[in-house]
Write a protein that binds this ligand. Structure first.
Ligand SMILES: [Zn+2]
Length: 235
């Protein structure tokens, strides 16, 4: 096997961050505040913090991993006990805007600074997102499809020494069969071996410890040629 492109702690060959966006109602109210009076839409979103998160916490406990939960301020205000349970279980909580503000509404330069490189293949939204009103997403795929995508990429990432960031939404992946995907994926990763499950902060701290500024830019360039090399970067 070729040496990994990046050095991970404790001899691991790759890293995986399991993350959740606890959007709840904020993501829809960001689209239009009128949905506050749509009971079906609001209850669909409230399922995340009310039912999805507790179920996902159980699955994470059983799998023996810690995850990163990105929480809009509005969600934290509406469901403080849910967020306390996340913290009490040892998971990381990260900021997800206040009312799920949309990055694509920011100027391009700001978008580049905060979100590149990004892609959607590990996001549960692409497989499970389905709304009639607002008309967002039209997909109800089986959990096995998402698992297959994650597993295939993990095998390749492990060969190349990459970081895999899984993104789930408790109102989507907190449903019974879907939530079990996490345990299956962790079992698959443990059987492969050499996969470091870490929180986003642990990965960031590790990256800071092994990369200086020009090294960080070189890594980005390797991942996304659009970044290009900057003046002064060592080759
Ligand atoms: Zn979100």
């Amino acid at each position: 096997m070729t040496p990994p492109r990046f050095q991970w702690p404790e001899g691991n060959r790759c890293a995986c961050v399991v993350s959740f966006d606890v959007d709840a109602e904020s993501a829809i109210l960001q689209v239009d505040a009128k949905y506050a009076t749509h009971a079906t839409t609001m209850s669909h979103q409230a399922y995340g913090p009310r039912v999805g998160v507790p179920r996902l916490l159980e699955q994470l406990r059983a799998a023996g991993i810690r995850a990163t939960f990105f929480v809009p301020g509005f969600t934290a205000e509406c469901y403080p006990d849910t967020i306390r349970r996340i913290v009490a279980d040892g998971h990381e909580v990260g900021w997800h805007g206040y009312m799920h503000e949309l990055p694509h509404e920011l100027p391009v330069a700001e978008q580049r600074a905060i979100i590149e490189p990004v892609h959607w293949s590990f996001d549960d939204w692409e497989q499970y997102g389905f709304f009639v009103d607002p008309p967002l997403g039209d997909s109800v795929e089986p959990p096995g499809k998402l698992l297959e995508i994650w597993q295939g990429e993990l095998e390749a990432f492990r060969e190349e020494g990459c970081l895999q960031v899984l993104t789930m939404h408790p109102f989507l992946s907190g449903r019974p069969a879907r939530s079990r995907t996490i345990g299956r994926f962790v079992t698959f990763a443990r059987e492969l071996g050499g996969v470091w499950f870490a929180t986003a902060r642990e990965v960031a701290d590790h990256a800071r410890s092994v990369l200086d500024e020009s090294g960080a830019r070189r890594l980005r360039s390797a991942l996304d040629p659009a970044y290009g090399m900057r003046d002064g970067d060592a080759t």
